[in-house]
Design a protein around this ligand. Structure first.
Ligand code: ADP
Ligand code: GLC
Length: 499
């Protein structure tokens, strides 16, 4: 099967969060299963290409008053996955991917509409896939375009679409006159299509027009069908519930494993944990903690700073948390109020909470390796990757039981020696404080703590199993489009469709 991914970020070329990790790793896992995979992403200023080669010189994208002309480049060389970068410097050669701390770029609708149309037009030249797999609102126009303006294009007659929701909190909401700006017809502006409380909603279009919808954990797939987590689109999802599946994200253990991490001070494994203390020392040095007491538990945080992540809970109870024997190290960047909140906590409790406002991949690795616990008190969390990385590093997750956090962390039971972390349900500072205290208490018994660490380190969240689940969804999507049940493979032999 040929699958074309369309997404707004992808490791190692561009990243603001977990979407990039997924789009960087899942295609390789699918290729390892024998599928042909192309990945379309924008070429941003931060996208470093060793050997850029233009493969499509000019694609015409219509806007209300003008045409824009973009191109597609590849990275040259050989890789199991074909990466295709949509190049249009006026839109993508900018300081950031989506906006600056003062807000989103005002032309984001045009930017990602151009990207989405370029994927379709580029694929007609580079190879129309069997399935377009689109991710989040930035590529959400693709399923809609395929069933509207491109509905009669013979090139796309049998193409199926699968759409993955990584976060219902970001929908791509724009004013109504965005439709004529993007040369889209007004008949899309109805409640059964893209209209949403008087605006145009890109994500809603994808939820209506895709053949299949997935999201990144089983629990989140249920949560988003309720008013609490659906951000107003729960009804649309309930209407389509027969086509909604939760597939847990995997982890790329080539990147995230204490045994071969290129960013950490020492390597360690479940059999030999001794290197972890060096990683702890190195981490505390990196945060400027001088003469650290290495017996103190370190609680790590690495995060986009956004309301989703639940850090207001820490601020509610920090004065009491600060009485505990521990140190918090926090790395993050994002919404200004949360950046300010962390800086304030650091000023108030300089010996208890060390903070870096930055995006720093090397430091993120050092925190995973050098901390004893990892805190994710998210208000909601579609999957969450850091807690899964933490398990592998023997850094015990303390999480709120929501979405993927609930699906991936099993509560520690000292009597049975089973479990991988600590979790709380109620969204309150009190619940967070009680659970952190429980973890700190457990840390005092180092021999059972090592059992807890090893339980997590021995878990396997690699991509293989989830990639196979995606293949099943692609097959169902193709069947829904009436795709042939047999097809020819590259050697021209007949075989069941889907391989
Ligand atoms: P989300 O996608 O909601 O941000 P995830 O847990 O799925 O949450 O993924 C976050 C990813 O982004 C992880 O790979 C994490 O290490 C990385 N990340 C987040 N913030 C930072 C930061 N400030 N510096 C470095 N890496 C970060
Ligand atoms: C989103 C979610 C996060 C998830 C990531 C990758 O950004 O917030 O929970 O892990 O996408 O799917």
């Amino acid at each position: 099967m040929h699958i074309a991914f369309a997404a707004s970020e992808c490791v190692p070329y561009s990243k603001t969060g977990g979407l990039a990790d997924v789009v960087g790793a899942l295609p390789r896992a699918l290729a390892a299963l024998g599928h042909q995979v192309s990945v379309y992403v924008p070429r941003y200023r931060q996208t470093k290409l060793a050997d850029a080669q233009t493969v499509v010189r000019s694609i015409t994208i219509p806007f209300d008053d003008r045409y824009r002309f973009c191109s597609v480049v590849t990275n040259g060389g050989h890789s199991s996955v074909g990466f295709c970068f949509v190049e249009y410097p006026p839109f993508f050669d900018r300081e950031a991917l989506y906006g600056t701390p003062s807000g989103d770029y005002p032309d984001n609708a045009e930017r990602f509409a151009l990207f989405s149309r370029a994927v379709l037009e580029g694929s007609k030249i580079l190879g129309v896939p069997d399935v377009f797999h689109c991710h989040d609102w930035q590529s959400a126009l693709i399923p809609m375009l395929l069933r509207s303006q491109y509905g009669e294009d013979p090139a796309f007659r049998d193409v199926a679409t699968v759409f993955t929701i990584h976060n219902m909190g970001y929908q791509g909401l724009f004013p109504p006159d965005t439709l004529p700006l993007l040369t889209l017809p007004w008949d899309l502006f109805t409640i059964s299509k893209m209209e949403f409380f008087g605006n145009v909603n890109f994500l809603k279009g994808a939820l209506i027009y895709s053949d299949y919808i997935t999201t990144v954990s089983r629990k989140y797939s249920q949560e988003i069908q309720t008013a609490e987590f659906g951000f107003g689109l729960e009804g649309v999802l309930r209407d389509r519930s027969a086509t909604v599946t939760g597939i847990l994200n995997g982890v790329d253990y080539d990147e995230w494993s204490p045994q071969n991490d290129k960013f950490t001070a020492a390597k360690y494994s479940p059999q030999d944990l001794s290197g972890k203390i060096q990683c702890k020392q190195d981490l505390l040095n990196a945060f400027g903690v001088t003469n650290p007491n290495l017996r103190l538990p370190v609680i790590g945080i690495v995060s986009r700073f956004a309301a989703q992540k639940g850090f207001d809970l820490i601020s509610q109870v920090m004065d009491r948390l600060a009485r505990e024997e521990m140190v918090v190290v926090a790395l993050g960047a994002g919404d200004k109020p949360y950046e300010d909140m962390f800086l304030r906590l650091n000023r108030q409790f300089p010996n208890k909470i060390a903070v870096k406002i930055a995006y720093d991949n090397a430091l993120a690795h050092k925190i995973e390796a050098g901390s004893d616990m990892f805190l994710m008190p998210s208000r909601y969390e579609p999957c969450g990757l850091n807690q899964i990385y933490s398990l592998k590093y023997g850094t015990v997750p303390v999480v709120r039981a929501t979405g993927g956090l609930d699906d991936t962390i099993e509560p520690w039971d000292p009597r049975t020696g089973k479990g991988t972390g600590f979790k709380f349900s109620e969204y309150s500072g009190e619940a967070l404080l009680a659970t952190v205290k429980q973890a700190l208490q457990a840390f005092r018994d180092q021999s059972s703590w090592q059992q807890l660490m090893r339980n997590g380190m021995n878990k396997d969240f690699s991509w293989n199993a989830s990639a196979k689940e995606y293949v099943r969804v692609y097959e169902r999507a193709r069947q829904a489009r009436g795709a042939p049940q047999v097809q020819r493979n590259y050697a021209g032999e007949l075989q069941p469709a889907g391989r």
